[in-house]
Design a protein around this ligand. Structure first.
Ligand code: GLA
Length: 411
């Protein structure tokens, strides 16, 4: 008894001592407000893998400005896996690869910032990144200080080599480390949707991947050796169309970096881009800007579609109907307006004949409704940039295989 009392007294004093001497403010939770609309930019991975360097980044930044991508809203350059040397330095700090980045990472980041752009880096919650570079496990606070000192604006944080740790804890730790380091850095969670981040990551990150990696095809599954797959863009759409209620301003479902301008044809690229806009996904292009066709640039910079993606309500669209390969996707946007996309998923041309008056569109997750018997909307074809009548008359048109028609409905 005596011992217990003494122990209690002692621990009380110890606690008091700690609380008086502890000036460290507990600052849990992500930096709020860094991604009120889906972030837009460029990420190196889809085209370049680990073959990245200073010259590529500078040229990419220059083209982003000169081509109109920046004016269209793209403002992040994110270096994915492969920017580091194979080992940390003697103090345990991450070391940007001195051969790939001969003028130093600070210099490169200053260059990118001087163009009015933001800069992001990649690491992994595990012991090594997916490509085998030093991971952050056990170095979370040290790495966060390193990023803050470098003045980065975005961190993509991956999930390879994470045996024995849990995603929720690991992403919370890094989020807290970034917060403690003090520089507002958007936190991009990338654990492929394996641990349902949409259920717990709203206070932790500003966006989270919801699937395994994208593959530049319409609807294929690409099987890698070792029992993992990459996914055609429609596979990802289909996989995660039902978690829309978890996505919104500053907490986005991330459908992955885009493959626009890579291996698909222009029609499929247009559909891919349209779906990323309909779903309010982050818009990171993943192509080589130095070799970009004018068609690819036109897709990526379609202002009308970007406005749909960036709409401030931030609602992920949903599939309203599907019949015989012809799908109708809808997205409520600001001011009582809607966007409707007719998508031909089949391999043959299809005729759409959509009699608005026979439809009642209800968004049960967010509480919106479009009743065409009581309300008439004006129609605008967003790819043709042309007025298209009103909802008083049925909409009919022919749609090529894998193509879309996207209409904005305005009051
Ligand atoms: C994972 C991620 C990709 C990319 C690579 C890099 O596969 O999902 O987006 O970052 O790692 O190795």
């Amino acid at each position: 008894m005596k011992k217990t009392l003494l122990t209690l007294l002692f621990s009380g004093i110890t606690c008091l001592g700690f609380s008086q001497g502890n000036t460290h403010k507990q600052t849990g939770g992500k930096f709020e407000g860094l991604a009120m609309t889906p972030p837009m930019g460029w990420n190196s991975w889809n085209t370049f893998g680990t073959s990245i360097d200073e010259k590529l980044v500078k040229e990419t930044a220059d083209i982003m400005v000169s081509s109109g991508l920046v004016a269209a809203g793209y403002n992040y350059i994110v270096l994915d896996d492969g920017w580091m040397a194979m080992e940390r330095d003697e103090n345990g700090n991450l070391l940007p690869d001195p051969i790939k980045f001969p003028s130093g990472m600070e210099h490169l980041i200053e260059y990118v910032h001087s163009k009015g752009l933001k800069f992001g880096l990649y690491n992994c919650a595990g012991t090594k990144t997916c490509a085998g570079y030093p991971g952050t496990r056990g170095y979370e606070y040290q790495d966060a200080r390193f990023y803050a000192k470098l003045k980065i604006d975005f961190l993509k944080y991956d999930w390879c080599n994470t045996e024995g740790i849990t995603a929720k804890e690991a992403y919370n730790t890094m989020s807290n480390a970034l917060k403690t380091a003090g520089r507002p850095i958007a936190f991009s969670i990338c654990e492929w949707g394996d641990n349902q981040p949409w259920e717990w990551a709203k206070p932790v990150g500003n966006l989270w991947r919801i699937s395994g990696d994208i593959y530049p095809c319409f609807d294929c599954e690409y099987k890698h050796p070792g029992n993992w797959s990459s996914w055609g863009f429609m596979k990802i759409v289909e996989m995660r169309k039902d978690i829309r209620k978890y996505s919104g301003p500053d907490h986005w479902n991330d459908f992955d970096m885009m493959e626009v301008g890579n291996e698909m044809n222009d029609t499929e690229d247009k559909t891919h881009f349209t779906m990323w806009c309909m779903l309010a996904s982050p818009l990171f292009s993943g192509n080589d800007y130095r070799k970009m066709s004018k068609e690819t640039l036109a897709i990526l910079t379609n202002k009308e579609l970007i406005a749909v993606n960036q709409d401030k309500l931030g609602i992920q669209g949903f599939k309203y109907s599907a019949e015989d390969g012809l799908e109708v996707w809808v997205k409520p946007i600001s001011n009582g307006n809607w966007v409707v996309t007719f998508l031909n998923r089949s391999e043959v041309s299809k005729k759409v004949n959509f009699d608005w008056k026979k439809q009642l569109i209800k968004d049960i997750d967010f509480g919106y409704e479009a009743n065409f018997s009581t309300t008439t909307y004006k129609l605008k074809d967003l790819w043709k940039n042309k007025e298209a009548g009103t909802t008083k008359k049925a909409f009919s048109a022919q749609i090529a295989p894998h193509d879309v028609i996207t209409l904005q409905l305005s009051l």
